[in-house]
Design a protein around this ligand. Sequence first.
Ligand SMILES: [Ca+2]
Ligand SMILES: [Ca+2]
Length: 382
Amino acid sequence: MNKFKFTLFGILLSGLMFGQIPSGYYDGTEGLTGYDLKTKLFYIIKDFNVQSYAALKGLYQSGSSKNGFKDKYYENDNTVLDIYSENPDGPDPYNFDPNDPMGSGGSEGDAFNREHLIPQSYFNEELPMRADAFHIWPVDSKVNGWRDNYAHGDVANPGSANPCNSGGTNMPCYTKNGSLKGKFTKNSAITVFEPIDEFKGDVARAYFYFATCYQDKMAGFYNSSNAEVKVMFDGTANHVFNQDFLDMLIQWHVMDPVSEREQNINDLIYYNHQNNRNPYIDHPEFVQIIWGQGMDVNDIDYQKRNDVLVYNSSKNEVTLKLQNPEKSIEKISVYDLNGKLVKTIQNSNGQDEVKISLFNKGVYIIKAEGKRLEFNTKAVIK
Ligand SMILES: [Ca+2]
Ligand SMILES: [Ca+2]
């Protein structure tokens, strides 16, 4: 096991801490690695204050300043923050008032309801899973229906997708915010649903929470009558995940770091609802320590983004060029593979193009932060 790999991921994954972790909450986790750490976390989070399924509605309506189920981050208009319709690059296609009745709609934008990121049929609609707010989020009901019981996953051939309007059966297809339904990049026999880049890490961390909180129930879930469960899980209490699915979740987790919204939701659920936390929001490095042993940055397939171009502009220079005027680059941090901070660039005058000079050959990880922007990417100087 290579220690500096952990250091690097730890630095990249620990973002600005907005959350209020209660004192002593993670006592006893120090020094633990692998499944020992996961089992310790299981004991910390499993006995939560189970709320009713109906109580989720009140949670979504909460007037708390930390209610990350409302949009306090993009339009900041307190409409429902629906990951399947929020457009972080501009105006939303539609919005819901959290006080409106939930329902089912004939088309996108008609109504919202409760989306189980891990489908209810996997666990026979039983409590506490059925009402656990860490994986049940308010989303458009029509898109919820299209997502169905499929796993979340990267969709193959997104460029050939058409709108899902005809019912989500015309795959690959996209929703009004660009979420995709289609065949899994890792297995063309499997249908998956892909959230937009902005929320991929959020979704991945919800899966990591679920895998930890219910590790003792995983064998039972795996034997559910729903065949789709095997796309996500492997039936074990330790590893929990199907390997292809896990590799993708780790990639989503690394590329889309913890956001203020997630930290707010973590506090909201802890202090106002069920009194437990998602450890992977408080300690994103735990993902690597549990599941990513032996993994390094070269194992992560850093995808191209359509909001920022990252390219080698000359022999010793990497350029980040913003493609979307709604966003801004405010700060860039560059790390070498030892996890050492090589340089920081403050882009206080808001230029949409930032050049980074790097004189030593090697692989670097670039962390970009700004308005409506936070991601990690890789750069190579040859
Ligand atoms: Ca919005
Ligand atoms: Ca995110």
